[in-house]
Write a protein that binds this ligand. Structure first.
Ligand code: 3SL
Length: 235
């Protein structure tokens, strides 16, 4: 039976051996929710990069570019980090360069893995079905906030652990804790997430609509997968 582990923050990822494994990167508020939404609305590719500078270079080469820091759009970029910005017709078929405070950093830190896929509540059952078919060891990598643990990514890790628990070996404390946290709060995820630090942090940005949207299950069937420096749809 393959194993399922949960890495609770980017500060801990060096403790994990990524080789031969599938890493599911998760940043519920809001990077990976935006990515899943973008592919759900017909975007062609996303190039995730760590720095604003790299994103700027790609923008100058002609790509649409989205840069977020501390929840806000960085001046001079085309898109912010709201899932609603990725529903527009004019991004269909396009390649977008993206950098975010935590989500794209987690992707870049996962490059040693066999495969990197992007998870969110918005595509959780697609992620689940894909992992069942692969039958490989999995690490759910919570992007957190600037190296710290957060509630919303851990809740997702718990929800995915819940779906996979009969097919995967789950022995690690962080996976068991994430599962317990999800089970205790599954009847009202929004109420729980509203107590989180990130929701207070974003309060002055007025993005309550985004937060509620990012907690919807299975709005999309898109599964972004990292291939040759970019995310594409797995087929
Ligand atoms: O950290 C990230 O990657 C972002 O998703 C943060 S925010 O939701 O835009 O604040």
């Amino acid at each position: 039976m393959p194993s399922l582990e949960v890495c609770l923050s980017p500060q801990l990822i060096q403790l994990y051996d990524l080789k031969g494994k599938i890493v599911v990167v998760v940043d519920i508020l809001r990077a990976t929710s935006c990515m899943v939404t973008a592919f759900g609305h017909g975007i062609k590719e996303i190039i995730p990069v760590a720095s604003v500078q790299e994103c700027k270079v790609l923008q100058q080469k002609g790509y649409l570019a989205a840069a977020e820091r501390d929840g806000s759009k960085v001046e001079g970029f085309d898109l912010d980090n709201s899932p609603f910005s990725y529903m527009s017709e004019h991004i269909k078929g396009k390649t977008i360069a993206v950098t975010t405070t935590n989500g794209t950093q987690a992707i870049v830190k996962s490059l040693e893995a066999d495969e990197i896929i992007v998870g969110a509540f918005l595509n959780i059952n697609t992620v689940y079905s894909y992992l069942l078919k692969q039958n490989k060891d999995v690490i759910v990598f919570c992007a957190g906030w600037k190296g710290n643990f957060n509630l919303e990514d851990t809740l997702f890790a718990g929800a995915l652990t819940n779906l996979l628990q009969n097919a995967f070996k789950i022995t690690q404390d962080s996976a068991i804790m994430a599962l317990g946290m999800y089970n205790s709060n599954k009847n009202d995820l929004l109420k729980f997430v509203n107590t989180s630090q990130h929701v207070s942090r974003l309060a002055n940005l007025d993005i309550h609509k985004d937060i509620a949207f990012c907690l919807n299950f299975d709005t999309y069937q898109s599964l972004p997968i990292y291939k040759n420096d970019r995310l594409v749809i797995s087929c």
